[in-house]
Design a binder for this molecule. Structure first.
Ligand code: SAM
Ligand code: SF4
Length: 337
């Protein structure tokens, strides 16, 4: 990845927050159906309505010119999008981009880990909620844990700067596995983050509210086994990190949209696979960037101005409230994690 200076950031919102991070969802499709993320029978966006890979690159490039230094590719499952490696290859060449990362369920990583490394991907987040094959199959509604574990091994072999496991912790399903998941990460010298269930989308029989297990409770559970030292480190994302003095290679992150709202320091925006720019994961404020680029083909200045103007509607904070019965109708696979 080329590192040179881009324009000083022009992306500062009404609350003085500097936006230097964009998450790009490249597809809403996935080969798994995690209970907290999707319903079993999902209606996906017709392929004709998705941004093309070239359009995604155009938008990413405009963001980097405006001061964004970190891009995360997500989905749905990003590695099921056709020709996705060509997008990584092009993004890896963007001047001024410091960090190109991906969030994946790992099922395709055995095939693509080497290509991602060669394209300049620096860090990989792999979702793994349980180490129990049957429970994995139940939570993902059809997945085989071996594929994700083989993908994880392939990523470790490639030697990315950082690899992190993401686990959504669900009460009475996998909450008893948090110590095992930390030990699993320690054995591999990688990080692990625990995520609170967010009430996004109607996901069939899954009850977002009843599955809520707080980060504070997770920390309490982990302290039975590990000495956890809070740190002020962060990786541009919303996780709070702990170190375990005996295992310096592994950090334990907590992503707590409910119990520890992180909106004050929000530095990111998200683009859906259809080109809708979301200014907040937990609100519906959005701008249709697909419309902007299709109405003004090749006009980077108009695109950049639309991106700058969009910050006027970035809200102060999200509206998630796990204790109410309200949920956002948008599923997580629309926007990525
Ligand atoms: N398919 C990829 C994966 O699973 O890593 C990338 C997309 S997935 C939507 C991104 C992250 O969002 C995953 O770590 C997933 O566990 C998390 N996620 C999905 N639905 C969620 C929800 N309702 N609450 C909290 N996290 C969620
Ligand atoms: Fe697919 Fe990721 Fe959603 Fe699971 S969390 S259904 S792997 S997009």
């Amino acid at each position: 990845m080329k590192t040179s200076t881009n324009e000083a950031s022009q992306l500062i919102d009404r609350y003085g927050r500097k936006i230097d991070y964009i998450r790009l969802s490249v597809t809403d499709r996935c080969d798994l159906r995690c209970v907290y993320c999707m319903s079993e029978d999902m209606q996906f966006v017709p392929r004709s309505q998705l941004l093309t890979l070239e359009e995604i690159e155009e938008i990413a490039s405009a963001y980097v010119e405006l001061g964004v230094t970190k891009i995360r590719i997500t989905g749905g499952e990003p590695l099921v999008r056709k020709n996705i490696i060509s997008l990584f290859n092009r993004l890896g060449q963007l001047e001024g981009l410091k960090d190109l990362t991906i969030t994946t369920n790992g099922t395709q990583l055995q095939k693509y880990a080497a290509d991602l490394k060669a394209a300049g991907v620096t860090r990989i987040n792999i979702s793994l909620d349980t180490l129990n094959p049957e429970l994995f199959h139940t939570i993902t509604r059809n997945g085989q844990i071996e594929k994700t574990l083989q993908g994880l091994d392939a990523a470790i072999q490639q030697g990315f700067n950082k690899i992190k496991i993401n686990s959504v912790i669900l009460k009475d399903r996998n909450h008893h596995e948090v110590i095992d998941l930390v030990n699993f990460a320690i054995e591999r010298g990688i990080d692990v983050s625990f995520i609170e269930n967010m009430p996004l989308g109607i996901t069939g029989e899954h009850n977002h509210q009843g599955s809520y297990y707080s980060s504070d409770q997770i920390v309490q559970d982990l302290r039975h086994q590990f000495e956890l030292i809070p740190t002020t480190e962060h990786t541009a994302g919303p996780a709070k990190y702990f170190r375990i003095p005996q295992h310096p290679q592994t950090r334990v992150g907590l992503i707590s949209p409910h119990s520890h709202n992180f909106c004050d320091t929000c530095n990111r925006v998200r683009l859906t696979a259809e080109g809708r720019l979301l200014l907040c994961l937990g609100q519906e404020h959005s701008v249709d960037l697909k419309k902007v680029i299709r109405a003004n083909p090749g006009n980077t200045e108009i695109l950049k101005q639309a991106i700058i103007n969009s910050l006027d509607i970035k809200p102060k904070g999200h509206d998630f409230n796990i204790h109410s019965n309200e949920i956002l109708l948008r599923h997580m696979n629309m926007t990525g994690g």
